[in-house]
Design a protein around this ligand. Structure first.
Ligand SMILES: [Fe+2]
Length: 210
């Protein structure tokens, strides 16, 4: 599989949806954007995620010209998102999308919002890869979103679009990160004066500790 659209709606419950209301603001975001996020790093052994391995999140400048080149520390991900990540890991192992006894994951729980003055940017860095082996990008929920189209391109030629779709809540995109780049277009409120947000969990699979 180099990329695949998967349904994970059965792994989403009300507690997970509600947990987004408590996410802290992303301190590394630049002007004119609103993003809320947590991050935890876990070690997977025998199918179980051990979250004690947590460390800062780092992307190089090459992978992320927007916020790369610095170690970013975020508040740790809450139990609800950790449970979701565990379910994704279990599923990925059962379906043999990941063939390893021992690997590592990064779990990013992120809400991006928009309003009349602020555009939502799910991927402010543009087409990118995450310097990982495999990513599962899961759309957990969204409200009043106009835009936010997901794209997957050829790794070396981002004008060569291989996938283009607005994801439904519960849908996930699994991507081999060394083979493709990904992007989500900006979004605005569909109707005025209504709360507008897009909630995701991005799970990065690392076959080697990073
Ligand atoms: Fe990404």
């Amino acid at each position: 599989m180099s990329f695949s659209l998967v349904c994970n709606a059965d792994k989403i419950n009300n507690d997970l949806l509600k947990s987004y209301d408590a996410l802290p603001a992303d301190p590394y975001i630049k002007d004119g954007m609103k993003r809320f996020r947590t991050f935890s790093y876990g070690e997977v052994k025998n199918g179980k995620v051990d979250w004690n391995a947590t460390k800062p999140f780092f992307q190089s400048n090459e992978a992320n010209s927007y916020a790369g080149g610095i170690k970013r520390s975020f508040q740790h991900t809450g139990e609800e998102a950790k449970k979701f990540a565990q379910a994704i890991v279990t599923d990925a192992l059962e379906k043999e999308w990941v063939n390893a006894d021992h690997f590592f994951i990064g779990c990013h729980q992120i809400r991006v919002t928009a309003d009349a003055k602020i555009v939502g940017y799910p991927a402010p860095e543009g087409f990118h890869h995450d310097e990982t082996d495999f990513i599962a990008i899961n759309l957990i929920n969204e409200h009043n979103v106009n835009g936010a189209i997901s794209f997957i391109s050829d790794f070396n030629d981002t004008s060569n679009i291989l996938f283009e779709k607005k994801l439904e809540p519960g849908q996930s995109l699994y991507v081999e990160d060394l083979k493709h780049k990904h992007y989500v277009s900006p979004f605005t409120p569909k109707l005025p004066n209504i709360e507008t947000y897009r909630d995701i969990i991005g799970i990065a699979f690392y076959m080697n500790d990073r």
